[in-house]
Every structure is written in structure tokens, then in C-alpha cells.
Design a protein around this ligand. Structure first.
Ligand code: FUB
Length: 453
């Protein structure tokens, strides 16, 4: 999707800094779902919806409770900034302020203004889609007095073609995806609402459409419950109004979370796929968290299917606390696995458990790829580790393979408490490498993070 860079220049206000996250999920400390990603003025902005645990007084104890929207942005896909609440159910004139019904939104830029589209329940309970307008992607956004006339439904996606023509697509009542051209004011329909013509089988719920363009082709993708839960499938066509031809799945269904919802964006020559999963909530699937993966096209323009990962996207500085539990690959699951740090507080993150059972002889390992060691020499390697008294051993760091060059060898003297164990660097690395962490000696160790200084 190309935006007119001349008219969509973002001015960065002092924003609320949040902890950095290179890995999946992208946001911690709050739930986030239905990510809609766009590039504005050299920065990725993600407009998700916001799940919360059912508050007292909610009419919807078991379903989604979504009171407002935040926007997040990043320049390096590692440091994400929370710009705070941009639209709240209490302050939109047409929305039932107690409905917690602010489902999947989208945003785009035209003639220097940012138009944020969001669905919610009107005061009479019916779904509508409204707009809030800002001069900058992070807001402040001013909601319109009334929703868009003639647009009843959920999950808006606002696509702007290369010639500047805006199209709105959404899920209308009756499990049907529809599209209409918008007027230049971005606030009114400029065409009939037409059913999107695609040949994905009629069976199964379809919602959350997203449209983008690449090499002159229009891509129309959406969550589809083909079997038990939603996969993300896609179609291609020659016009934003269709018809579209089904091409396959970008992401298969998963077993934990009934919904999925996505967006696709090109940033600095790389394509990315944003989606959600319930990583921070294992009891149910209505408190979700946004994630991102790399997306790759084949020569003919079709899309390679994506496997969800913990590692996600972006490059992690070696001097950061590297959360190896957000791994890119892992060894034998009987000997190395990932657990919450504190089951009662998922936002406290995860740890890696290394366990040598039955005198297992092969390496016990986990891989975290894309670590930037920079250009200067580093002096020490640190592991934040817990090993019970009697469980002393060794943690090793290797470069680019389980048996790759030994970066550091850290003896662990068990203490029955968390400790930072460190050792000197044996092999200096420069630039980006994949990091392998192994336990060549020991019985049971919990590792929260590793770091280089
Ligand atoms: O987040 C609420 C709803 O769940 C969205 O509108 C759908 O796309 C699904 O993700």
C-alpha cells in the first residue's frame, strides 16, 4: 500500500514509552488484538483493538470486552511506543458507552489527515462503523458525531489505491464481506455496497478483511473458519472491487484461540504479517495479544504460508536482556521447554527450563536468532538463572549452530535463588548472529534472560 509521503508526514509528539519488545507478543502489560499495521512517515504504526478482562457491570462476561483503542509505533520493530488511548467508548457521541464493543479497527492517511475507522454498538445496540480524524497518526483523534451512513457491520479495512481512491471493506450482517468506494472526504460512501466476489467456499464464518496492493495486484485476505477455528486465507484480483480468486492460506488455524485477525505491510523493503494469539491468557481466548512475522511472496505473487513463532520479527541488540524463551528453534521438548515466570501474572513473561533427565547425552538447547553483537568488543556474558542447590552445572552460548563457536562458558553454582552468573567472552562476534544457549552440564536450570556487556 503506497501512501502519499508528501501529504502524510507525521510529527512525533513526546510519547508514552513502554518496555521494548522485539518478540511475540509485541505488547506486554495490556492485551491487544486485531492489529492493523501501516507505515506512516518511515515508522510502523499498529492500531489494535484492546481486550480487557470482563469488568464489573459488563453485559458480556464471557465474550469480548473492548473499551477503547491505543496506537503503538516503532521505527525498528524492537522498541514499541504506546501513544495511549486514541478513542474511548465513553467519548464517542454515537456509541453505547457501556457496551465494550470496540472491535477491530483500521486507519489510513489521505491529504495529510489520519482517518481511524472503528466498529461499535450504537445506543440502540446495532453495529455501526464510525470515523475519528487526526492530524498525526498518534492523534489526538476527534470522533465524528455519527457513524458512516449505510455501513452496518464490523471489522473495517480502509484501502487507498495508488490514484488516491479510498475503498472501505468490512463484514456485513449475514457472514458476508462487502466493499464500497468512499468519497474523497473519507466519511461517506461513493458507491453501492457490493458483496466481495471471491471463490472461498461459502461455509464458515468470514470476517476481518484486509486489502493491500503489490505489483499491480490486489490482495484480499481474511480470517475464515474453515474447520474448528479461524485460519487466515487470501485471494488475488485485478480490482479493489474484485472479483478475487482464492489462493490459499497465509496462516493455518490454531488450537488455542478461536479468532485470528491480521494485516500486511511493507516496511523498508520487507513484508510483515501482523496477527493475534492468546499468549498471555491460557484460560480462554478473548484476551488476546498482537504478534508479527515475516511474510514472503513467491515469484508469481502468491504468499508462502507462515508458521507463528515466539521470536517474531526484528533484530535484538546483544546488550539487551535477551528473552531466549521467545525462541526461533528449540531442542527436545522433554529436556527444554518454556513456562511462565509466574503463572498468576502472565505479563511477567516466560523462562526457559533446561532439564537433563535419564542421563540424556545430546545437547539441550534453545536458539534465538538475529542478535546484533555490534562492532565493538564485548567483555562478559551473563545468564539470569535459577538452579537449586545440588543442581550446579554450565550454560554455554554458541554462535549460529548448537555446536557453533563457543562464545562463552558460564559455570553455575546453584544458590536456590535467582542469580546473574557471568563469564568472560571467549569469542568476539561482530554483526548479527543466531544465538544458541545450551546446558552441557547440570540437571535442572531455569533461565529468564541472557545478556552481553
Ligand atoms: O476482536 C473482536 C473480533 O474478533 C474482531 O472484530 C474479529 O475480527 C475477531 O478478531
Amino acid at each position: 500500500m503506497k501512501l502519499d509521503k508528501n501529504v502524510c508526514v507525521a510529527v512525533f509528539a513526546a510519547a508514552v514509552a513502554v518496555p521494548a519488545f522485539a518478540e511475540n507478543p509485541l505488547i506486554s502489560g495490556a492485551f491487544s488484538a486485531d492489529p492493523s499495521a501501516h507505515v506512516f512517515d518511515g515508522r510502523v504504526y499498529v492500531f489494535p483493538s484492546h481486550d480487557i478482562p470482563a469488568p464489573a457491570g459488563s453485559r458480556n462476561k464471557k465474550g469480548f470486552n473492548m473499551p477503547d483503542y491505543h496506537v503503538y509505533s516503532s521505527e525498528n520493530l524492537f522498541d514499541w511506543t504506546d501513544h495511549g488511548v486514541i478513542v474511548d467508548q465513553k467519548t464517542v457521541p454515537w456509541v453505547d458507552g457501556n457496551s465494550y464493543s470496540m472491535w477491530a479497527p483500521d486507519c489510513n492517511c489521505k491529504n495529510g489527515k489520519y482517518y481511524f475507522y472503528f466498529p461499535a454498538h450504537q445506543k440502540d445496540g446495532r453495529n455501526a462503523i464510525g470515523v475519528a480524524i487526526a492530524d498525526k497518526p498518534e492523534g489526538p483523534y476527534v470522533p465524528q458525531e455519527k457513524p458512516i451512513p449505510g455501513v452496518n457491520g464490523i471489522d473495517p479495512c480502509i484501502f487507498i489505491d495508488d490514484d488516491g481512491t479510498p475503498y472501505l471493506t468490512w463484514q456485513a450482517q449475514g457472514n458476508v464481506l462487502v466493499v464500497a468506494r468512499l468519497k474523497d472526504n473519507m466519511l461517506e460512501l461513493d458507491s453501492e455496497v457490493v458483496t466481495v466476489n471471491h471463490n472461498v467456499p461459502r461455509n464458515g464464518l468470514k470476517e476481518g478483511p484486509f486489502m493491500f496492493k503489490r505489483n499491480g495486484k490486489y490482495y484480499y485476505s481474511f480470517p475464515w473458519c474453515e474447520r474448528q477455528t479461524e485460519c487466515i486465507c487470501y485471494c488475488m484480483g485485478d480490482s479493489p472491487l474484485g472479483p478475487f480468486e482464492y489462493k490459499g492460506k497465509i496462516m493455518e488455524q490454531n488450537t488455542d484461540c478461536w479468532t485470528n485477525h491480521h494485516s500486511v505491510v511493507e516496511y523498508k523493503g520487507q513484508w510483515y504479517f501482523f496477527y493475534h494469539h492468546n499468549d498471555y491468557c491460557r484460560e480462554h481466548d478473548v484476551n488476546r495479544s498482537i504478534c508479527a512475522e515475516y511474510l514472503t511472496f513467491n515469484e508469481d505473487g502468491t504468499i508462502q504460508q507462515i508458521q507463528p513463532t515466539q521470536r517474531g520479527v526484528g533484530v535484538t541488540p546483544a546488550t539487551n536482556k535477551i528473552q531466549i524463551d521467545r525462541y526461533s528453534a528449540i531442542g527436545d521438548p522433554n529436556h527444554v521447554w518454556v513456562e511462565y515466570n509466574r503463572t498468576e501474572d502472565p505479563f511477567a513473561g516466560w523462562k526457559t527450563v533446561f532439564r537433563n533427565k535419564d542421563n540424556y547425552r545430546r545437547p539441550i538447547w534453545i536458539e534465538y536468532d538475529r542478535v546484533d553483537f555490534g562492532e565493538k568488543d564485548l567483555t562478559s556474558a551473563i545468564v539470569h538463572v535459577f538452579a537449586r542447590v545440588g543442581g550446579s552445572g554450565v550454560i554455554e552460548f554458541h554462535a549460529d549452530a548448537v555446536d557453533g563457536e563457543l562464545i562463552a562458558w558460564i559455570p553455575i553454582v546453584a544458590k536456590d535463588e535467582w542469580q546473574d552468573a557471568s563469564a568472560e567472552i571467549l569469542k568476539q562476534l561482530k554483526g548479527v548472529h543466531n544465538l544458541f544457549v545450551t546446558m552441557p552440564d547440570g540437571v535442572l536450570m531455569h533461565v529468564d534472560w541472557v545478556q552481553f556487556k
